[in-house]
Write a protein that binds this ligand. Structure first.
Ligand code: GUN
Ligand code: ZN
Length: 445
């Protein structure tokens, strides 16, 4: 066992997100192995209450520091690090001009390995301890990302990108080398082999990954849905309703479905552990469909602002009651930092609620990138799944040590914070990777 004495932030899952935070200014976090050897939170609370009971446990004192749950990034692309900051007139030209050419480079194993190492290191440096990420349409890209995550024991979910049409030839899924099977069938066989190879290994998970409906044939979406039914424990990740031209295209390609989102439902791709990035331009029937299916939205505010895609409607999402959490969407997104993403979510929430003159509360923003995102991934305690995004007893010991004095401005501003909300908001608005002094990943011993 090991203990950390510092300020500690965690969440009460029973409470409304805007007031879910539990904060100990002088707290103690005790971590130790559970039966399978995974490090989990054994106890947490005020130092004065716990010091006697854990007096024999080696304790690291971190004065002035804040321990908080590791961040959960619900959607990003590891092959798009080099695409960040590439401007274009909207999503489809951006894909054509920058994204597809860069993803083609992941045909080379060495290129994948180097990019995967950088990506995992960058996530950890920014305090992200769980991620649901896109790889590319190359098997080597999936293997490389899982391998890098396994090395760091990071909780990472990815999968082979399914795209059998409407992209450059080199990026489409490949037919079998002997020509016995076409690209569509082979991509589904490859996906199943990757599920068997990686799902549940260490802290890894597999996601069936149709890129978006326009890049997949009916047969590929149907096959993906069949895999999703056969393996209910694996995830599904895709994009939906991000951009006006994309939506128009998806409607032309799948006119028999009621809506773009409904297309996924019609192929069996809406269910718990299905995560759809963006979800900007939905109607009330779509939102009810997400909720009733138990599927989730990954909200990507920096990407939506950068690509001019639109604004996630928080009010409508809450009225419908489907699950959601925050995501960077690198490389459409402009930062790996959860602080930048939370700030962008604040701006977006303000846009939607401008009549009320207020946006999302600081605790709500933080919750959306930790416990809320963990719940939206189906990884926050339900049905025997591990608990992430929180530091309550029993949760996996993934956490960040933040230094609110990391820069002169942060030190000055946080010193004058008069409440927890003021402190959290100052960190959200002024914070970035410099705040993250250390990222601790739950080890198996
Ligand atoms: N829709 C299909 N592919 C992509 C992608 O790579 N990024 C974003 N933002 N949207 C997409
Ligand atoms: Zn994306």
């Amino acid at each position: 066992m090991k203990a950390y004495r510092a300020a500690v932030l965690r969440f009460n899952p029973e409470r409304e997100p805007a007031s879910a935070a539990i904060y100990e200014e002088d707290g103690l976090l005790v971590v130790g192995p559970k039966a399978d050897g995974t490090q989990v939170v054994q106890a947490v609370g005020a130092y004065s209450d716990l010091r006697q009971q854990f007096s024999s446990v080696p304790t690291e004192h971190l004065p002035g520091r804040l321990i908080a749950p590791g961040f959960v990034d619900m959607h990003l692309h590891y092959a798009q690090t080099n695409v960040m900051g590439s401007p274009a007139a909207g999503l489809l030209p951006w894909l054509e001009k920058y994204t597809f050419p860069e993803e083609e480079r992941f045909a080379a194993r060495d290129y994948c390995a180097e990019a995967a190492q950088f990506f995992i290191a960058e996530l950890l440096r920014n305090g992200v301890t769980t991620a649901l990420a896109f790889a590319t349409s190359h098997i080597a890209s999936v293997d490389a990302l899982f391998t890098a995550a396994l090395e760091h024991r990071m909780r990472l979910i990815t999968g082979l990108c399914l795209m059998d049409r409407h992209a450059p030839n080199k990026l489409l899924n490949r037919a079998a080398p002997d020509g016995a099977l076409g690209a569509t069938e082979q991509s589904l066989i490859d996906s199943e082999a990757l599920i068997q190879k990686w799902q549940g290994r260490g802290r890894l998970g597999y996601a069936i990954t149709p890129r978006f409906a326009p890049s997949c044939s009916d047969a590929q979406l149907r096959g993906a849905g069949e895999l999703a039914a056969k393996y209910p424990e694996v995830w599904i990740q895709s994009h939906v309703a991000e951009n006006a031209d994309e939506i128009k295209w998806a409607r032309e390609l799948f006119p028999q479905s009621r809506s773009y989102l409904a297309t996924y439902g019609d192929f069996g791709l809406l269910r718990p552990r299905a995560v759809y990035a963006h979800c900007l331009h939905l109607d009330a029937t779509d939102r009810a469909l997400l909720r009733d299916a138990g599927a989730s939205a990954a909200i990507c505010p920096t990407s939506n602002l950068f690509l001019g895609s639109g604004f996630f409607d928080y009010g409508a999402a809450d009225r419908a009651g489907f699950r959601y959490g925050l995501a960077s969407d690198v490389g459409g997104g402009t930062s790996f930092s959860p602080f930048h993403t939370m700030l962008a979510a604040y701006y977006v929430g303000g846009e939607g609620q401008s009549k009320a003159g207020m946006s999302l509360a600081p605790q709500q923003l933080w919750w959306q990138h930790t416990l809320g995102a963990g719940q939206a991934l189906g990884l926050a305690g339900a049905h025997g799944a591990p608990s992430i995004g929180n530091l309550q007893p029993g949760c996996e010991a993934d956490f960040v040590v933040l230094n609110p004095q990391a820069t002169p401005l942060l030190a000055r501003r946080t010193a004058s914070a008069n409440s927890l909300d003021e402190l959290l908001f100052a960190l959200i608005v002024l914070g970035d990777d410099r705040l993250v002094e250390r990222t601790v990943i739950s080890q198996k011993i």
